[in-house]
Design a protein around this ligand. Sequence first.
Ligand code: NAD
Length: 509
Amino acid sequence: MTETLTQSSVLTTRVKAALEACGVDASAYGTDRSSFSPLTGEVLAQLRSHGADEVDAAIGKADAAFKTWREVPAPERGNLIKRWGELLTEHKEDLAVIVQAEAGKITSEALGEVQEMIDICDFAVGQSRMLYGKTMPSERPGHRLMETWHPLGVVGVISAFNFPVAVYSWNTALALVCGDTVVWKPSEITMLSALASHALLARAVRECQAPADIHQLIVTDRVGGQLLVKDPRVALLSATGSVRMGREIAPQVAERFGRALLELGGNNAAIVSPTADLDLALRGIVFSAVGTAGQRCTSMRRLIVHESIVDQLTEKLVQAYGTLSIGSPLDEKNLVGPLVHERSFKDMEQALVDAQEQGGTILTGGKRVLADEFPNAYYVEPAIVRMPSQTQVVHDETFAPILYVVTYSDFDEAIALNNEVPQGLSSSVFTQDQGEAERFMAASGSDCGIANVNIGTSGAEIGGAFGGEKETGGGRESGSDSWKVYMRQATNTVNYSGKLPLAQGVEFI
Ligand code: NAD
């Protein structure tokens, strides 16, 4: 108990210092909302919530600021993001301390999350000089046909607890260089990470003399989030979270003809072929299945293994799971931190009961550990469950470290199993057979937004577009040409011929 208390006070002190270093001011604190740490269950801070009128005012301010911001040349908008990236670099460790305390990540993953913010800032600065439109040949003589891209308006960002700052920054860095303004509703679980990120961006805004209101943070729950979803001043609603949340908000945005970018749940599989390098596969599987305690949208949840190697591979996996150290991420030796809250643990317990009722056998894991040391935190042993087939429980995303193993006999069957679930975020194949690798990535291969070869399902880089199909929502964020969703496209035809020929040869007056 003494140790728990000592660790608690160490954690809270570290977080307070980091919040101060990032410039979070006293007005953020209050009495009506608590921020808990999944590391210990302790309250890290008490915050002040924003009421409906404040949410409305925030949207109004962002809407008004848009009218000025859209006129600022894009490369100059890029300068703001350049400065934000510099501040994030300077405060990388501070922000990582807060992310770790709120989301429960081990240190290298928390630092990696902040690095992802820095990377997208670099990307967005370059993008600010590359908001390219095309010129096409006109069918009419003396005409020019082209497209131009313009700022869209207010972008509402709703984010999930498990990537409290990275996914938000993918949206925000691009939206701001595209000339949009942003209203952010972070997860109610990770408000301190949000306050720190917002404070650093607000400092960059001041230093670059950008319009003060281009970025608004609203401290609220899903009821407040609903105001953002339904507000017609919000041109694009970018929402990351569960399929349940997407199912609720997508029709609401559609009803007002808003634009929605959805990044929802995944149910990610890896196929392991008999030709695979099993040692490499093993490392890729363990990182994807166990990293962030199975609480990544891209966490590996299903393993589709050729029947000839399943016993060998599962034996190695069980052994590898046995060497994982589980415990507080404040101790650098631990690789598996806590689940975010009790409900996640209950969901995991229930899924394991269901899996066994549906014919599964638990090969390892599934138990809560360290309950005496941390009675209010939920550390679990990652589980591997051998299933006879992909039953209902395998079709659902349980946001916890459970890896279901099924077998296949031919490669087409493996692809069909990969595609069988309703979600379509990430997938991978471990194989040394190039034909299999190509088939996996071909049109009739994996139906996911991410299809990897010889790496796991998680750990994407910001250069590629990120997102998935089917119940994952179809949105794309981050790299490639994802910027286009934050802009509106206009087609322009210019007639310099002095005559008025009509398209398709139509004759009129
Ligand atoms: P969640 O759906 O409970 O909450 C996500 C966010 O949506 C929170 O900010 C929440 O307040 C808000 N929200 C929920 N219902 C709402 C409503 N009706 N109106 C307005 N706002 C609402 O998800 P979570 O537990 O925070 O995160 C885990 C889930 O997110 C998993 O399903 C995971 O796969 C998914 N996720 C997906 C991606 C991706 O890129 N595809 C990335 C991270 C997380």
